[in-house]
Design a protein around this ligand. Structure first.
Ligand code: 9WN
Length: 414
């Protein structure tokens, strides 16, 4: 299947599912990457992707959920009945969020659209909604105004079973869970997915949030998993910068963006570990750094916060990882004992992360390394098709097939 055919096959009118069977709804950060793909072939469709997300997914307080359950499906667990957030006028949604790439995608669409009238009209409509999402993130997840927001569930990182979450997740008490049946392992081999222990805790957190009525304040206070994810915050910082640029271009009031940018820069740079020369996430429950090297640690390059010296360190580290694998960029340090080349976010290459890190490397002038991340991603997709992830040692495609954001980013790059 060609890249555009993948998007067309996964399109459900105004939104695009990540993959047939495996993920039958609209996901938050997927839709951002997918819109970048649509923008190469059908600008109107790209705008629809974001409009659909905000119009149907956003709650009155600004929150954007990680899944909008537009349709009924028996393919995915946990579905809308498990989250228990059925609304009357809107489709049901999940009760947690995901990395905020949409602000940056909004600026991209605005700049790319040749129909300037449409670009202005759509951007003016979506800008305050994107701003409200960021305001919600700071209110709900940074009550102490540190400049960094917390995630309360591994699914919020988008990198679900990252080895960085092993320790903080192990502290989550297991609920007396009702019997449940995973559907992901009907579509994909269990060796390529998170383990049962992980799912038990993912669900324990879900049921806790449900009991708390999805009240953001109660969740922040009571969640036994509370982490400052370097990846999430780097993406948020870049989106703040991009929304600020958009505000200036549109002549709109930038609200608190300037303040968030200033505080975010200081916050992100505080995640740098001088001894180990890497950016790490913070476990807010234990009050400690999580010294586990994952690809999220390279995302400050995308945020644009490191000074040249630190950026050079990161580029060097990517090259070192590159000597241990056949293709870049593995999602976890290939030398770490936690590295599993086939299992989801514990080693495989993800096309969206290659895109984000390549963008950052390009901004810092590491052009040949940025080119390698892009070339490796394109070579893998050419050889194996548009898979969800790839084994960095053998290049073998893994996880879902005909995966939307892989196809979308191939369109973006070619
Ligand atoms: C939970 C849709 C999503 C991606 C995530 C990826 C995976 C879901 C799952 O699929 O997560 O959100 O059920 O495994 O980890 O990044 O957005 O493609």
């Amino acid at each position: 299947m060609r890249a555009l055919e993948v998007l067309q096959a996964n399109s459900r009118g105004a939104f695009t599912i990540p993959a047939r069977g495996l993920y039958p709804y609209q996901w938050l950060w997927d839709s951002g990457f997918i819109a970048l793909g649509w923008a190469q072939v059908d600008m109107e469709r790209a705008w629809q992707e974001l409009l659909c997300l905000f119009d149907y997914g956003q709650s009155p307080d600004g929150m954007l959920p990680h899944i909008v359950f537009h349709e009924q499906s028996r393919d995915y667990f946990p579905g809308p009945e498990v989250w228990g957030r059925e609304a009357l006028a809107r489709p049901a949604t999940s009760g947690i969020t995901q990395p905020p790439v949409v602000g940056s995608v909004l600026l991209y669409l605005y700049e790319k659209d040749p129909d300037r009238e449409r670009a202005r009209e759509r951007a003016r409509y979506l800008f305050p909604k994107a701003l409200a999402f960021h305001r919600w993130l700071y209110l709900a997840r940074d009550p102490w105004r540190t400049g960094l927001v917390a995630i309360v569930h591994p699914w919020e990182s988008g990198m679900d079973n990252s080895p960085a979450w092993d320790k903080p997740l192990s502290r989550v008490p297991l609920e007396d869970l009702p019997p449940y049946e995973r559907r992901d392992v009907r579509h994909v081999s269990p060796e390529e997915r998170p383990k049962k222990e992980d799912y038990d805790r993912y669900l324990s957190l879900l049921f806790l949030f449900r009991r708390l009525g999805y009240d953001p304040r109660a969740i922040y206070e009571h969640s036994p998993f509370k982490v400052v994810d370097v990846g999430f915050n780097a993406i948020l910082h870049r989106a703040n910068r991009d929304l600020y640029t958009l505000a200036v271009l549109l002549g709109e009031d930038p609200g608190d963006l300037e303040e968030w940018i200033l505080r975010g820069e200081v916050g992100l740079e505080a995640l740098w570990d001088r001894e180990r020369g890497f950016y790490f996430s913070l476990d807010l429950v234990a009050g400690e750094r999580i010294p586990v090297k994952t690809s999220a640690g390279f995302l400050p390059l995308y945020a644009g916060t490191p000074h040249a010296g630190r950026a050079g360190f990161l580029a060097e580290e990517i090259r070192r990882w590159g000597e241990k694998v056949a293709y870049l960029l593995p999602s976890a340090d290939p030398e770490s004992p936690a590295f599993e080349p086939k299992r989801y976010w514990r080693g495989p290459i993800w096309i969206n992360v290659n895109y984000l890190v390549a963008e950052g490397l390009k901004d810092y002038g590491f052009l040949s390394l940025a080119e390698r991340l892009k070339a490796d991603a394109l070579a893998l997709m050419e050889r194996e098709g548009f898979r969800e992830y790839y084994d960095p040692l053998t290049g073998q495609g893994r996880g879902g097939e005909a995966f939307s954001w892989s196809a979308a980013l191939a369109l973006y790059w070619t």
